[in-house]
Design a protein around this ligand. Sequence first.
Ligand SMILES: [Zn+2]
Length: 237
Amino acid sequence: MKLTRTTTLHLAVLLLLCLPALAQTKVLSGKVVAVADGDTITVLDALRQQHRIRFQGIDAPESGQDFGAKAKQHLSDLVFGKEVTVEYEKSDRYGRTLGKVLVGQQDVNREMLRAGLAWHYKFYEREQTPQDRETYSFEEARARKLKTGLWSQASPTPPWDFRRGGSRRNSPADATRRSESRETVTTADRTEAVYVTRTGAKYHRGSCRHLSRSKIPISLSEAKRTYGACKVCHPPQ
Ligand SMILES: [Zn+2]
């Protein structure tokens, strides 16, 4: 079958629209026995097996950051010692499960955004269902507008910048320097762009055959944090 360029494009768009529906959601449940920070917990299931859960779609301030301790405390108040259900699709290279945590019907990931104690993690938003993506984005926007939690700060440092070694820069005099340094980071990311798939645990060069089904750009630093290097295409490490 010979496909015109337009048909191919249409098929590609159609495939992209279908992806969230195709991904299989799994469920685990158990009791929360530890809260590591504002977006990571440990769940003990009925078979006494422990699961380390990284909250999908959000990124809470690190413990060394402003509101890091508040985020952890709020998450503890919400889930510690409680029975939770975790909806997930995959685990990362550290054996952490990326998931949505529910207490009863309450979406705890969303609750952290509502409380102004986490960012909507837009870097990975393509892994969310369209509804969650919209809801999480809305909750962050609302918290920003109401200056709830960390949004009470003039210009909070996102955790992904903080992890790269960024520090808090709040003075207006630093604004120019900040935007310059952002630009540097962006450029560096672009030169080192690597790719991941919706379900795989590896990251790849753009040309890798493993990217035939999905190809999600990601910065090298983020990729190294969560994924392993592909053994076929040997991406930068
Ligand atoms: Zn590869």
